[in-house]
Design a protein around this ligand. Structure first.
Ligand code: ADP
Ligand code: MG
Length: 339
C-alpha cells in the first residue's frame, strides 16, 4: 500500500490559512470586505489586544440564511463567483471563498447573522474546525462575526505576532483604507477601551480624511481629477509641505479595492516633479476606476497587489492628474495687492 493520503479538511484549511490570515490585520481585512460585499452601510470593528485576543466585525448588510451561515465556512464556498467567466469581471471584493474557512481553522469563531426577511438570527460557533449545532438567537438584521484567540492552535504562527500596538496599528490601517475606499459607508473602529475613529458615511472622501488625520490637515489637501476613455483618476493629494516620513498615508484604490502598486506610487511622486522634500513621501488617497478587464486582481491571496494590462497608460494618467492639481494651485497668480 502506498504512503500518500489525502489530508483532513481541518489540516488543509490550516495550511491554506497561512496564506490568507497572517495577522489580525489580514483577518480584519477579510471580514470588512465581506461586510462591504454584503452591502453594509454601517460597519463596526472592535479590537481587543490589537485583535490578537478578539476581533469583532458587525454590519447591517444582507445577512445570511441558515443554510448559508453553515456553508460559509466551507473552503471554496462563495456566493460571488459561480463560474470561470465571472473571474474576468469581478466587482466584489471577495471571490476566493476561503477567508471564513481559513479564519475558522486558526481561531474560535462565532457568526451571528440574520437576513431582513427572517425573524431570528442564526448563530454558528466553530472551534478547531468543529462546528457546534446552529442556534437561534435574537439579533438585528445583518452579520456579526467574532474571532477569538487567533492562532491559539497554531503556536508557530502565534510566535510571529508583534506587540499589541503594532498589530493594532496594522489592523486600524486596514479599516482606514476601507473607510477611504467607501466614504458612503459609516465605519467605527474601536478598541475595548475607546473609539479610534468614526466616519459619517456621507459619501465625501475629504470628510473621511478629516476623521483620520484631522480637519486642519484635510482642509489643505488638493482635489485631483483626470479622465480618459479608459481611466478615471480622482481623489486628494497633499500639498508638498504635507509630505510624510513614511508611506502610511499613501492610499490607492483600484475599482474601490485598496491595493499597493509601486509603479503608481512612483507616478504620483513624478507628478510632484521636484516639489516634495527629499526623503518625504506624499500623502494621498487616489482612486482609479477602469474596466475590470484591464486589471488583474487575482495576483495574490491578499488581493493587495494588482497587475495592469496597460501599466504605462495608468501611470501617465496618474502623474498628469497630480501635476495638474499642483500646477493649478501652486502656480496660480496670487491676487495683486493694490497700493
Ligand atoms: P468570499 O468572500 O471570497 O466569497 P468568504 O469565505 O469570505 O469568501 O465568505 C464566504 C461567503 O459567506 C460569502 O461569499 C458570502 O456569501 C458569505 N458572507 C461572509 N461574510 C458575510 C457578511 N458579513 N454578510 C453576508 N454574507 C457574508
Ligand atoms: Mg470574503
Amino acid at each position: 500500500m502506498g504512503t500518500i493520503r489525502l489530508m483532513s479538511t481541518t489540516l488543509a484549511n490550516q495550511i491554506a490559512a497561512g496564506e490568507v490570515v497572517v495577522r489580525p490585520a489580514s483577518c480584519v481585512k477579510e471580514l470588512v470586505e465581506n461586510s462591504l460585499d454584503a452591502g453594509a452601510k454601517t460597519i463596526t470593528v472592535t479590537l481587543r489586544e490589537g485583535g490578537i485576543s478578539e476581533i469583532t466585525v458587525q454590519d447591517d448588510g444582507i445577512g445570511m440564511d441558515e443554510a448559508d451561515a453553515v456553508m460559509a465556512f466551507d473552503r471554496h464556498a462563495t456566493s460571488k463567483v459561480y463560474d470561470e467567466r465571472d473571474l474576468v469581471r469581478i466587482r466584489s471584493l471577495g471571490f476566493r471563498g476561503e477567508a471564513l474557512a481559513s479564519i475558522a481553522a486558526v481561531a474560535k469563531v462565532t457568526l451571528t447573522t440574520r437576513t431582513r426577511d427572517s425573524e431570528r438570527a442564526a448563530e454558528v460557533t466553530i472551534e478547531g474546525g468543529e462546528m457546534a449545532p446552529l442556534r437561534h438567537v435574537g439579533a438585528a438584521p445583518g452579520t456579526r462575526i467574532e474571532v477569538r484567540d487567533l492562532f491559539y492552535n497554531t503556536p508557530a504562527r502565534l510566535k510571529y505576532m508583534r506587540t499589541v500596538q503594532t498589530e493594532q496599528a496594522k489592523a486600524v490601517e486596514v479599516v482606514q483604507k476601507a473607510a477611504l475606499s467607501r466614504p458612503d459607508v459609516s465605519f467605527c473602529c474601536q478598541t475595548e477601551h475607546h473609539v479610534l475613529f468614526q466616519t459619517p458615511g456621507n459619501g465625501d472622501v475629504r470628510t473621511v480624511l478629516a476623521s483620520l488625520y484631522g480637519v486642519g490637515e484635510a482642509k489643505q489637501l488638493l482635489a485631483i481629477e483626470e479622465t480618459t476613455p479608459d481611466y478615471k483618476v480622482s481623489g486628494y493629494i497633499g500639498r508638498p509641505t504635507q509630505g510624510r516620513g513614511t508611506r502610511a498615508h499613501a492610499h490607492l484604490f483600484i475599482n474601490g479595492r485598496p491595493v499597493r502598486h509601486i509603479g503608481v506610487h512612483q507616478a504620483v511622486i513624478q507628478g510632484y516633479r521636484n516639489r516634495l522634500m527629499v526623503g518625504k513621501q506624499p500623502i494621498y488617497a487616489i482612486s482609479i476606476e477602469m474596466d475590470p478587464g484591464l486589471v488583474d486582481v487575482n495576483v495574490h491571496p491578499h488581493k493587495a497587489e494588482v497587475r495592469f494590462s496597460e501599466e504605462a497608460d495608468v501611470t501617465r494618467c496618474v502623474a498628469r492628474a497630480v501635476a495638474a492639481a499642483l500646477d493649478s494651485t501652486l502656480l496660480a497668480p496670487t491676487p495683486e495687492r493694490s497700493t
